[in-house]
Design a protein around this ligand. Structure first.
Ligand code: AVJ
Length: 339
């Protein structure tokens, strides 16, 4: 399949920007299949990637500024402290960023890459086309000589689309997004990423850390109700793309920490018994009063647990960096000798 070169070479005036869109049609096909499968079984589930239409991406930006939501600030503080050190160590010619969103944190890596004269290319890879387009345009303005090659895709399916240029690569998967995957999916993704690394390439992963339940739950139950709106947004996405009549007001936002599984679960809980219709799927979905849809898991980690997970995927944990309050971790990993 050839990419839909929506904006190849024509974002702004900058010829160094290219964006390949692999998702545009594919996204709707997987949305339909995922919604049918997820809302037909028990418990009901929806994949978190569908939060991020332009409204959902905007709501997530607001989440990152909430007083209760510490991960973004904690990760930023780590990157501000060690970004230069990491770049110097890796001597990366290319930065591939998985799920950059608005890429607010990326400067902490791109600045030292560009200043050292070693960095040449930035490859933002995101499920949101608007996010990739905006990031590409903004960073093209900031970094004159930098080549930018955006990819709009699903990192569970399109990772192999990232072209290999034979340059030394730093692959960054920040924000704790890897925590949205189930352990088996996560292991699969780490192995996949490992398989794409040359001996000198490095993978930098951001993960939220296990901490007390109150603090974790507050981060996903903010007082201003922004996370609740973000959660309900997935219903609006389904309604608009699949002609559904899911009523956001009939669902309560719930986020609870499961200490045994070490993860936050976000849910939408039906306030009363009712039936929704998803026209495009010719599907009626019945909700009992109090029945929930699980809309996201967000796993929390320990440094030891991380080391083991990386090792199982053929990755060696070379360095682990934490913020002063040990809330969040950045893992620098590389392919191990046996892998
Ligand atoms: C961007 C996926 C890491 O799991 O903390 C924020 C998404 N969900 N508030 C997270 C999210 C609810 C976030 N990630």
């Amino acid at each position: 399949m050839s990419p839909n070169l929506a904006q190849a070479g024509c974002t702004g005036e900058n010829e160094a920007v290219r964006i390949d869109v692999y998702l545009r049609d594919g996204a709707l096909a997987t949305l339909a299949a995922d919604v049918r499968a997820g809302l037909s079984g028990t418990p009901k589930v929806l994949p978190p990637k569908y939060f991020y239409d332009s409204r959902g991406s905007e709501l997530f930006e607001q989440i990152t500024e909430l007083p209760e939501y510490y991960p973004t600030r904690a990760e930023q503080s780590i990157l501000d402290r060690v970004g230069g050190e990491i770049v110097e160590q890796v001597k990366a010619e290319e930065l591939v960023e998985l799920g950059p969103g608005s890429a607010r944190k990326t400067n902490a890596l791109l600045d030292p890459m560009v200043e050292s004269g070693i960095g040449r290319r930035y490859v933002p890879f995101d499920v949101s086309e608007s996010a990739v387009a905006e990031v590409a345009a903004r960073l093209a303005g900031t970094y004159g000589g930098l080549e930018i090659h955006g990819i709009v895709g699903d990192f569970e399916r399109d990772l192999d689309r990232i072209p290999r240029n034979g340059e030394r690569r730093l692959v960054a998967f920040l924000g704790g997004t890897i925590g949205n995957l189930e352990p088996l999916q996560r292991q699969g993704m780490l192995r996949h990423l490992r398989a794409g690394l040359g001996p000198e390439d490095r993978l930098l992963v951001g993960t939220d850390l296990v901490k007390d339940t109150a603090r974790l739950e507050a981060a996903y139950n903010d007082d201003a109700g922004v996370t609740a709106e973000f959660n309900r947004n997935v219903l609006r996405v389904i309604n608009s793309h699949l002609d559904g009549d899911l009523d956001p007001d009939r669902f309560e936002h719930v986020a609870i920490y499961d200490e045994k599984e070490q993860r936050i679960e976000m849910r939408l809980c039906a306030r009363d018994a009712h039936t929704a219709c998803i026209e495009a799927l010719d599907l009626d979905v019945e909700f009992a009063a109090g029945e929930h849809i699980r809309t996201e898991i967000s796993c929390k980690f320990t440094p030891d647990g991380l080391r083991h997970e990386y090792a199982a995927a053929g990755l060696e944990l070379l360095d682990i960096y934490m913020d002063a309050d040990r809330q969040f971790a950045l893992s620098l990993t590389g392919p191990d000798w046996l892998g």
